[in-house]
Write a protein that binds this ligand. Structure first.
Ligand SMILES: O[C@H]1[C@H](O)[C@@H](O)[C@H](O)[C@@H](O)[C@H]1O
Length: 542
């Protein structure tokens, strides 16, 4: 038996740790705490973890719906707002205010999630989702629409920072990748639903009010369910409620043959992390989250930027999130209607649906394979396919006469009898499929990179990078298509992906199969790439 197995066999019937245990504890290393060496339990969770994941994941559905709904909304509003057709400025403001406010909300989310808990932040985001949806549905002014979309932006920003973190913190290690990918499935599923709803209501007078207003329904549903669901065990221990954390873990590991062992192992890992943090801060007790809140927040920010391992985690998470957006994927999400109109497809909205559906279907493949293939490998395999697809698109575009000037939509199509539009569609579908398989979901695994004390702050800054880059792409795509040509626009996106591949290869370690509490050691003295690959190889041999 390995030392680690012995540690966890400290007795399956030994009582679970209680909130008072840590006061009697000596901080010197205890062999039973040696979680680094222990094999992870082969347990990927029962029904309870699925309920938690799907309930929290409804935020993803809302995020997808509210970002996917914009293209059909814009084309169906007509003159319903402010008694005039929308100007180009109105359209840009209505589209980009959501990403901008998401960018504003995400950094604060981390601070609030540490103080009030992860669950309360999700509930607050629900209230904002519902308010924003209703404000849009009942407005008669362009300004009201921008207000509603901005409120939705605050909701999307906080939900996208907090939900992956909640799921990572409740998930058993062996299923963490898949469970966080459920969130990506719900985001991309929400985008498909948005496209379908948009298409169904587009002919109805005032149908756009239903399109945007329907976004309130899942928010009410999630609010009702989440009230009954627990806070994450990690946050509970940090807040001094170890008894409650043990209860939640016992439910999570309910069907596991070694349930008590699993619960003890996770609790030990969390406590060890908190104790190390306390030691580093020169304290002898676990910090009380309420009393030391202000001090903790500035300490966390300091730790995030000045502790090497945390800074490395932040660099990786921000790099991945920036890459996810700067590869240009969302230009298809937001402007595929315009692209397919310029390519003279007879039904641009229906053609756009292929983008959303491909995105969803390949996220489904990622869901099935991510824990087997591993996060790093899935990216190293899929990014080159994205590059080839983008370059192929650029080549086809260079052989076409195509214009993205607004007035060109009315002109005769010079490519009417060529196969080029179909070829572009095919290349875009390959690009979307490879994106969905890797970059579309792996960056949302971000929470696992950070140790507990800086997890929510780090995750929210990485999420802010996502929204900042999303905003840049949304703002620059059409001008780039017009001014430097579609060919060069796609070559630039391919270049971003190539740089991203090199960065992933150099600094992103393999996180699959690692406990959340083991990550700190991995990034402590370097990027940990070799070490992580060694661990993964040896895990496969256990
Ligand atoms: O993970 C999601 C998903 O890939 C969506 O399709 C995309 O629109 C989002 O920007 C991204 O964060």
């Amino acid at each position: 038996m390995s030392s680690r197995e012995e540690a966890d066999h400290a007795g399956p019937n030994a009582p679970l740790l209680t909130s008072t245990d840590h006061h009697d504890r000596d901080l010197s290393p205890d062999p039973a705490d040696n979680v680094d060496l222990a094999p992870e339990l082969e347990y990927s969770g029962g029904w309870f973890i699925w309920i938690l994941t799907i309930s929290a994941g409804i935020s993803g559905l809302l995020f997808g719906y509210d970002t996917g709904v914009i293209s059909s909304t814009l084309v169906t509003i007509g003159s319903d707002l402010s008694n005039r057709p929308l100007t180009t400025l109105d359209e840009s403001l209505i589209t980009s205010c959501t990403s901008l406010f998401a960018l504003v909300a995400s950094p604060f989310t981390g601070v609030l999630a540490d103080k009030y808990g992860r669950r309360k932040v999700i509930l607050a985001a629900d209230a904002l989702f519902a308010l924003g949806a209703l404000a849009q549905a009942f407005t008669s002014q362009v300004g009201g629409m921008i207000f509603g979309r901005s409120i939705v932006g605050l909701a999307v920003g906080s939900a996208s920072a907090i939900t992956p973190l909640y799921i990572s913190e409740v998930a058993p290690t062996q299923a963490r990748g898949r469970l966080v990918t459920v969130l990506s499935l719900l985001i991309t599923g929400g985008q498909v639903v948005a496209y379908i709803v948009g298409w169904l209501f587009s002919e109805m007078p005032g149908g756009w009010r239903w399109i945007v207003g329907l976004g309130a329904a899942p928010a009410f549903l999630q609010f009702a369910i989440l009230i009954f669901l627990p806070e994450t065990p990690r946050w509970l221990v940090q807040a001094g409620s170890e008894d409650r954390a043990a209860k939640v873990l016992t439910r999570i590991y309910h069907g596991c043959p070694d349930r008590d062992q699993g619960v003890r192992r996770v609790l030990r890992g969390i406590r060890r992390e908190i104790e190390e943090e306390a030691e580093e801060m020169g304290q002898s007790e676990i910090p009380d989250a309420n009393m030391h809140w202000f001090h903790d927040t500035s300490q966390r920010a300091h730790d995030l930027f000045y502790v090497g391992g945390n800074r490395r985690a932040l660099t990786i998470a921000m790099m991945l999130q920036g890459l996810q957006q700067l590869c240009g994927f969302n230009s298809l999400m937001y402007f595929s209607g315009i692209i397919f109109t310029a390519l003279s497809f007879s039904s641009p909205t229906l053609t756009s649906l292929t983008v959303a559906v491909t995105n969803f279907v390949f996220t489904l493949f990622a869901f099935g394979l991510i824990d087997k293939i591993g996060r790093r490998r899935i990216l190293l395999y899929s990014i080159p396919v994205m590059i080839l697809a983008l370059l192929a698109c650029a080549v086809v575009f260079s052989s076409m006469e195509i214009s993205f000037e607004p007035e060109s939509a009315q002109k005769a199509n010079p490519n009417a009898n060529s196969n080029s539009p179909l070829l572009v569609l095919f290349c875009l579908a390959v690009f979307v499929a490879s994106y969905a398989f890797g970059l579309g979901n792996v960056p949302w695994q971000q929470a696992e990179l950070f140790p507990l004390n800086v997890r929510s702050l780090g995750s929210s800054l990485a999420t802010a990078t996502n929204w900042g880059s999303n905003f840049v792409v949304g703002l620059t795509f059409l001008p780039m298509m017009r001014w430097i040509s579609p060919t060069w626009t796609f070559v630039i996106y391919a270049g971003v992906c190539a740089v991203g591949w090199v960065a992933v290869h150099a600094i992103y370690p393999e996180m699959s199969g690692m406990g959340l509490e083991d990550v700190k050691g991995l990034l402590a003295d370097g990027w940990g790439v070799e070490e992580s690959l060694r661990r993964r190889r040896s895990m496969k041999h256990i």
